[in-house]
Design a binder for this molecule. Structure first.
Ligand code: ADP
Ligand code: ADP
Length: 235
């Protein structure tokens, strides 16, 4: 389970400037759908609506057939995991940061998640660093390492629904590829909504939706979109 449906969703932050003008798509349980489009197209707005930071003005968003307006914040947060663009970490141990969202997790589970996110060795070989994540006593983590912490956290939480919001866009190319591999691993078998600037990062998604001017301009698999001559936002 974990099927997400956007049904004719309309939304505006300001009444006179609509951002989403009737968006309908489905992310079937266990599948991945990517939203691409130029900056300002409304991609992140979709994820904010899914978390109910804002509510749709008309239409509906459902998870497994339940309108999210009828779901408690608590269960919504439990159901959805997100790997954001820039991971802000708590100034606390790596374990604390990974365990956040699942405080009941055992030491062993935390370590396993860290290993899957490829920071397991890091935990073991740099014992000093983890008393303070950042700051004088601690280790300053790179952008890629922070992303791995976010990924480990998500692996541990194991939510049925996953949002990857431009999760690799702040990274250099080499790191981006490594993180992408970890993200592919996390999203395997989960309902995943990927928000991306570039088509090249969403090749593996089951469907790609191109958002433009508040509407779905194109949709299809990567190979299908690549055959379009024009009207496609791609780099
Ligand atoms: P994207 O993620 O595709 O870059 P966003 O969903 O972040 O786009 O934003 C879509 C549009 O909505 C942009 O023009 C942005 O400036 C505007 N916007 C985003 N958040 C707010 C807000 N809280 N209040 C008003 N306008 C907003
Ligand atoms: P993201 O993590 O996707 O960048 P942000 O919340 O930082 O999301 O905002 C995305 C876009 O929306 C940015 O362009 C930002 O300037 C714009 N935005 C955010 N909040 C507001 C707001 N209150 N009024 C106008 N624009 C906003």
């Amino acid at each position: 389970d974990g099927t997400i449906k956007f049904e004719d969703v309309h939304f505006a932050y300001d009444a006179n400037r609509p951002i989403l003008k009737g968006i309908s798509f489905e992310v079937p349980a266990g599948k991945s759908v990517a939203i691409v489009g130029p900056s300002g197209a409304g991609k992140s707005t979709l994820s904010r609506l899914l978390f109910r930071f804002y509510d749709v003005q008309s239409g509906a968003i459902t998870i497994d057939g339940h309108d999210i307006r009828n779901v408690t914040q608590k269960s919504l947060r439990a159901a959805i995991g997100m790997v954001p663009q820039d991971t802000v970490l708590f100034n606390d141990t790596l374990a604390y940061n990974i365990r956040y969202g699942r405080p009941d997790a055992s030491q062993e589970e935390v370590l396993k998640a860290a290993e899957l996110a490829q920071i397991g060795n890091f935990i073991r070989t740099v014992p000093e660093g983890f008393d303070a994540m950042v700051g004088e006593r601690g280790l300053k983590l790179s952008g890629g390492e922070k992303q791995r912490v976010a990924i480990a956290r998500t692996i541990l939480k194991a939510p049925p629904v996953l949002i990857l919001d431009e999760a690799t866009s702040a990274l250099d190319t080499a790191t981006e590829q490594e993180i992408q591999d970890s993200l592919d691993e996390v999203s395997k078998g989960r309902t995943t909504l990927v928000i991306a600037h570039r088509l090249s990062t969403v090749i593996k998604c089951d469907e790609i939706i191109v958002l433009r001017d508040g509407l779905i301009a194109e949709r299809g698999r990567h190979a299908e979109l690549m055959t379009l001559k024009d009207g496609l936002y791609a780099k």
